[in-house]
Design a protein around this ligand. Structure first.
Ligand SMILES: NC(=O)c1ccc[n+]([C@@H]2O[C@H](COP(=O)([O-])OP(=O)(O)OC[C@H]3O[C@@H](n4cnc5c(N)ncnc54)[C@H](OP(=O)(O)O)[C@@H]3O)[C@@H](O)[C@H]2O)c1
Length: 237
């Protein structure tokens, strides 16, 4: 497959390595300082774009890909308020695969989190809270993965009606504490605590390789498909 990389940072480099190992070609790697590559034949004739940039630039990049009819796989977080525009574009024939987290382990963690929230709905003595830790260059807070986890808790746990990105004592609020330090690739924790015990589920990424492999697998899955796709399509859960 001929792949355009948009965003040639930490994830872009890791995706390049894994895509090449799996026999794909990177036909151009677009970064903030060479955006003129959007106007090249290599961009227009590629099979697909993989986009990992920043919350403020992602939407513009998707529009440029759609204008060239290029399917997009993206993992950029922090832009989701524009999701309606992307879904509409998909209804009109574009192809977009999105995951707030591409790692297999995190997607198993999402399934566990949903199941635990469903069970905990019957046990109000447990208070729930979340924590996420990432490297200090991360631009968005809370992480996109933490938002996905929180939304799943809100859907399944009647006693919580909103999430907040600080430690809250209000009964209906789900606290997400975000910490930024060093080079942590991604740590997420959901904790239920009663007076007598606590129950925690944790996902702790060891490197970016799991995210990058997931993005390349998503690209392989997306080729030849249409519409809006996600990890539930790729993994079947
Ligand atoms: N879904 C997942 O599994 C997953 C996993 C990890 C990360 N992420 C997300 O992916 C995004 C990127 O993460 P990262 O760790 O790779 O960050 P990063 O190292 O900062 O890389 C982002 C790259 O995109 C470049 N860029 C900025 N604006 C651009 C534009 N308009 N066109 C092309 N390139 C542009 C940046 O250039 P400059 O540095 O020069 O600005 C940088 O090289 C973040 O939103 C992060 O939260 C998602």
């Amino acid at each position: 497959m001929n792949i355009v990389l948009i965003g040639y940072g930490k994830m872009g480099h890791e995706i390049e390595r894994i895509a090449q190992e799996r026999g794909h070609r990177i036909v151009c790697a677009i970064d903030i300082d060479n955006t003129e590559l959007f106007d090249t034949e290599d961009f227009r004739t590629a099979d697909l774009a993989i986009e990992f940039t920043s919350p403020s630039t992602a939407l513009q990049n998707y529009r440029r890909c759609f204008a060239a009819g290029l399917p997009v796989v993206s993992g950029t977080t922090g832009w989701l308020k524009h999701m309606d525009e992307i879904r509409q574009a998909c209804d009109q024939g574009q192809t977009f695969f999105y995951a707030s987290n591409f790692s297999l382990g995190v997607n198993l963690f999402f399934a566990l989190n949903k199941m635990l929230a469903e069970k905990m709905n019957a046990f109000p003595q447990y208070e729930v809270r979340m924590k996420e830790v990432h490297h200090s260059q991360k631009l968005d807070s809370p992480s996109g993965t933490a938002v996905s986890l929180a939304e799943d808790i809100l859907k399944n746990l009647d006693r919580k009606n909103t999430w907040v990105n600080y430690e809250s004592k209000k009964a209906g609020e789900l606290s997400i504490v975000s910490e930024r330090e060093g080079s942590v690739p991604g740590y997420h924790e959901v904790c239920y605590e009663s007076e007598v015990d606590s129950l925690k589920i944790i996902h702790d990424a060891k490197s970016r390789a799991g995210f990058a492999l997931g993005a390349v697998l998503a690209a392989e899955y997306t080729l030849g498909k249409k519409g809006f796709l996600g990890m539930h399509d790729l993994l079947g859960f």
